[in-house]
Design a protein around this ligand. Structure first.
Ligand code: CTP
Length: 402
């Protein structure tokens, strides 16, 4: 069965010579049993006729917010679709979408759409490479839209370079992969610990750490977006989490995190331990605010439970356990020994020596280390993309344990 079966796809076509390829694209989508509705800009109709496309799509083609039949409800269309594909998208439409300009049916539906949007640019090499175009492409991706990369080759102008619209097969392939990933973790329950812990000294003070909770929250969101039911145990972090698939348990100290994790772990398929848990807490917590005195002060500390190690002990052969190691020296060695000691299936190493990795930055540079000693190092990336790399590795590990 095709993952595109019964998927509702809006295909937006702009005025570029590459528009001729959309007849084939429409055929491929219909063959994959998607329901296709086509929108065209007036300029697109100079390159391919609405009659050709409506015949292939088996649906009327819309080219204006108003038509002979009346007003075309762009909001309804935007909400109807499971995905919107704008192919080809011209430099002009890229610029309009990047800046919220709404002056035709495609731009109106784009602004109303809640579904994922894919865009496949087509233009001459110099237009494509112009900083204005590149910055618009970046903006659109920043808004969460998906770029279908341009191809390299001969262009309509006779120039050779980047700027060809992706082939219809490539566009359909990207849609296929997107929908496959969307359901990647369906039916799976995953526990994520995230954020710092605060260990109380008195009602006012605590011992904490610099963790922002971002990495763990992005992991939870990425898993939820791919169909997992996520149990997120989050330490004190200003981050807000809102996703119907994420059940949030907010905790403060390591002991609370331990209790929550131990009770949730037996019912999950996997756990990712992204929290920066305090290893020590004050042995005695003062019920009143401690007043200053004229002598030095010592706070006696005791160990907190090692949550990850406790889960490692009760892990079944079908469960996957992933840990983190933030190191400042002897990174690989330290991470490898943690992996074995805590019975992880994989550990995510980040080194504070790498610029752009660590607390309160939006980027991270990780190395994945497996039980068999295999390692996989990644470039510096935004934490959201790093989360995708980690859950991809998790997915493979879960498949191995099935
Ligand atoms: N961890 C945990 N509970 C603890 C301490 C750590 O669950 N009390 C988890 C972290 O979430 C992380 C992994 O164990 O996934 C490694 O954490 P880290 O602090 O690097 O390891 P420690 O065992 O505390 O070692 P050290 O502080 O000596 O480096």
């Amino acid at each position: 069965m095709s993952v595109l079966e019964q998927k509702k796809i809006i295909l937006g076509i702009c005025g570029s010579i590459a528009a001729y390829k959309t007849a084939h694209l429409t055929r491929l989508l219909v063959k994959a049993q998607a329901e296709v509705k086509i929108l065209m800009t007036p300029a697109a109709q100079q390159f391919i006729t609405p009659l050709t496309l409506s015949t292939l799509a088996k649906n009327p083609v819309l080219s204006s917010v108003q038509s002979e039949e009346g007003w075309n409800n762009h909001v309804e269309l935007g909400l109807w679709a499971d995905a919107m594909v704008i192919a080809p998208i011209t430099a002009t439409t890229l610029a309009k979408l990047a800046h919220g300009i709404c002056d035709n049916i495609i731009t109106a539906v784009y602004l109303s759409a809640r579904c994922p949007v894919f865009f496949a640019p087509a233009m001459d090499v110099d237009m494509w490479l112009h900083p204005a175009t590149q910055s618009n492409v970046n903006l659109l991706q920043y808004y969460g839209n998906h770029l279908i990369p341009v191809g390299y080759g001969e262009l309509a102008s006779g120039l050779i370079g980047e700027g060809r619209m992706a082939e219809p097969e490539v566009i359909v392939q990207q849609l296929n992969e997107f929908f496959q990933q969307k359901y990647q973790f369906e039916g799976k329950k995953i526990l994520v610990t995230a954020g710092p812990t605060y260990e109380a000294i008195d009602p006012v003070r605590f011992i904490g750490n610099r963790s922002s909770g971002k990495m763990g929250v992005y992991l939870a969101e990425a898993l939820a977006a791919r169909g997992a039911m996520v149990e997120l145990i989050l330490g004190p972090s200003p981050l807000q989490v809102q996703h119907p698939n994420i059940k949030l348990t907010r905790i403060e100290g390591a002991e609370q995190m331990f209790q929550a994790a131990i009770s949730l772990f037996p019912n999950v398929d996997a756990a990712i331990m992204a929290a920066a848990v305090a290893d020590y807490r004050p042995k005695f917590v003062s019920a009143q605010k401690i007043k200053k005195a004229n002598h030095e002060m010592t706070i006696e500390l005791e160990r907190t439970p090692d949550i990850a190690a406790a889960l490692g002990k009760i892990k079944t052969e079908h469960q996957v356990l992933i840990g983190f190691a933030l190191e400042t020296n002897n990174e690989l060695e330290n991470a490898q020994s943690k992996l074995m000691r805590k019975n992880f299936d994989m550990i995510v190493l980040n080194s504070l020596q790498d610029e752009g990795a660590g607390f309160h930055v939006d980027t991270n540079k990780i190395t994945l280390i497996y039980k068999n000693g295999e390692t996989k190092a990644f470039e510096l990336k935004s934490k959201k993309i790093v989360a995708l790399d980690i859950i991809q590795a998790l997915h493979l590990l879960m498949n191995e344990k099935k």
